[in-house]
Design a protein. Structure first.
Length: 274
């Protein structure tokens, strides 16, 4: 069964071997990797949609070395705690599929979808697990039917609360992972003269109520200059930092830095699920 809807007319998309199509004959071909592009050109005016090849490669190589494995373990435990036998999970802003793939495997979920605005990311994600359905799409215009998800996952990605509220079932949960104040603090100190701590995220208390939050804080030691560079280039800091400041980081061979996250569980306002 396909949970995707047509970005043109909002009809249900039926999946064929090489494409998706709706009852109004709007067709969307699958890429050779298996994902489908459901991002309409008018949905974004940006020339660069999402993470580029460098950011995707850097994140893939960094996460592949297990630096965020403790975070991944905690996310899987969170999903395991709230899932049902037939839970449908949508990963919104799935990137290269690291967390998506781990969660599906470890939590024994049968129906998992991932969307991201970056084709570069999905070209890699779609190769990891062919049973996960991926689409290029915006979080602000999700290609999913209303009331279709049991669990929404949003890890370090743009948060579109209106759309989250629309696609999430009344008894469903939204899991958000956000960086907290001291995340990558030592990395910032190595680069900037006046580093700043992360500001609290703006929440939407009108649509979603926080039911649980767990803080996760630990240190990681990056053992090579390549690992340091990968961490740096997989963050937005890379494109906002001068060549002079970037050079400081490239001269380091090892770096110990704090990672500081919150794993938050939300329900829709007005529902009683806990």
């Amino acid at each position: 069964m396909s949970f995707f809807i047509c970005p043109v007319c909002n009809s249900v998309l039926s999946e064929q071997e090489s494409r998706y199509s709706c009852e109004n004959n709007h067709c969307f071909d699958k890429a050779k990797q298996g994902y489908v592009n459901l991002l309409m050109s008018q949905q974004s005016s940006l020339k660069r949609h999402g993470d580029d090849k460098l950011m995707v490669k850097s994140r893939r190589d960094f996460l592949g070395k297990g630096y965020y494995s403790e975070l991944c373990d905690k996310i899987c435990l969170t999903v395991d705690r709230i899932k049902k036998n037939d839970s449908v999970l949508f990963d919104i802003g799935c990137g290269e599929g690291y967390y998506t793939t781990k969660i599906k495997s470890r939590c024994d979920l049968h129906t998992v979808f991932g969307i991201d605005i970056s084709k570069n990311a999905l070209q890699y994600a779609a190769k990891l697990d062919k049973s996960i359905k991926y689409a290029v799409a915006s979080a602000f215009q999700l290609p999913f039917a209303s009331d279709s998800a049991d669990i929404l996952l949003n890890i370090f990605a743009p948060c579109a609360y209106d759309e989250f509220e629309r696609v999430l079932k009344n008894d469903g949960f939204l899991i958000k992972v956000v960086p907290l104040s001291e995340h990558l603090w030592e990395l910032k100190k190595a680069i900037y003269k006046e580093p700043y701590k992360n500001k609290p995220e703006i929440k939407n208390d009108e649509l979603f109520a926080l039911v649980d939050s767990k803080e996760l804080k630990y240190n990681i030691t990056l053992e090579t200059s390549e690992d340091i560079f990968n961490l740096f280039t997989m963050t937005p800091y890379y494109y906002k930092t001068s060549k002079e400041d970037t050079k400081k980081l490239l001269e380091l061979e090892t770096l110990t830095t704090t990672v500081h996250f919150a794993i938050e569980i939300y329900k829709k306002v007005g529902t009683d699920n806990v």
